[in-house]
Design a protein around this ligand. Structure first.
Ligand SMILES: *C/C=C(C)/C=C/C=C(C)/C=C/C1=C(C)CCCC1(C)C
Length: 244
């Protein structure tokens, strides 16, 4: 099993950050009694808990493999993709619950997302340099379609919600778009594309900052206001009987 180099510093920081995020979300959610509100705390805690395990596995070398591309050996942290396969659908689920999205919208978003990460994993493990870029292109195409649904259908559904809910949705949606588009760019600049403008050390640092922002940062903003979460999940009829 290959062992992480200097970049393990960032992986340990990532693991600690995800652990602290999880503890914080669980602690905040502990006293919440309303089932509908609890959902947000449960989903969000599992996001950072999963990422914690992934970072720990990368820091300790389990999540690392080597791929030989055109005679060059690349260090590939495959555990990232296992993490993202679970955590990115959960992040979308949080957004969808906030927007009270219908089942087809949730299915489409999560389907595109799983397709994006799975094809990204193929890109990372493929041994022919040009095919790696082809898979990167396929995965990036899925990201663009996903963002199209996020900005279109999901936003339309969110705008039907109370003002406080739709404004929180707006903030989290923009944070998500802003951060998610950076992932394929870091990938292409980093070691995975074999271009290596960004050496593995710096690539690992940037992914760590992106991951902490997209998960812990996202969670802190989402779970900040209990009253907004209560409004977001209150049954529609109840809301109409007693307007907030
Ligand atoms: C918490 C982790 C998050 C929010 C991860 C998001 C990851 C992506 C949006 C990854 C996208 C990629 C492509 C669009 C192209 C291929 C390479 C990937 C997997 C980095």
């Amino acid at each position: 099993m290959p062992q992480p180099g200097q970049e393990s510093l960032w992986l340990w920081i990532g693991a600690i950050g995800m652990a602290l995020g999880t503890i914080y979300f669980v602690a905040r959610g502990w006293g919440v009694r309303e089932k509908e509100e609890q959902t947000f705390f449960i989903v969000t805690s599992f996001i950072t808990l999963t990422a914690f395990a992934s970072y720990l596995s990368m820091a300790t070398g389990f999540g690392l493999t080597e791929v030989t591309v055109g005679g060059r050996t690349l260090d590939i942290y495959w555990a990232r993709y296992a993490d993202w396969l679970i955590t990115t659908p959960l992040l979308l689920l949080d957004l969808a619950l906030l927007a009270r999205a219908d089942r087809n919208t949730i299915g489409t978003l999560i389907g595109l997302d799983v397709f994006m990460i799975a094809t990204g994993l193929i890109a990372a493990l493929t041994t022919v340099a040009s095919f790696r870029l082809v898979w990167w292109g396929v995965s990036s195409g899925a990201l663009l379609v996903l963002l199209y649904f996020l900005v279109g259908t999901l936003t339309t559904q969110a705008e039907k919600q109370d003002e406080s809910v739709s404004s929180l949705f707006w903030t989290l949606r923009n944070l998500t778009i802003g951060l998610w588009v950076l992932y394929p760019i870091v990938w292409i600049l980093g070691t995975e594309s074999t271009l290596s403008f960004l050496p593995l050390y710096w690539e690992t640092a940037v992914f760590m900052i992106l991951d902490l922002s997209a998960k812990v940062g996202f969670g802190v903003l989402l779970l900040r206001s209990r009253s907004v979460l209560a409004t977001a999940r209150k049954p529609i009829e109840e809301r109409e009987r007693a307007p907030a």
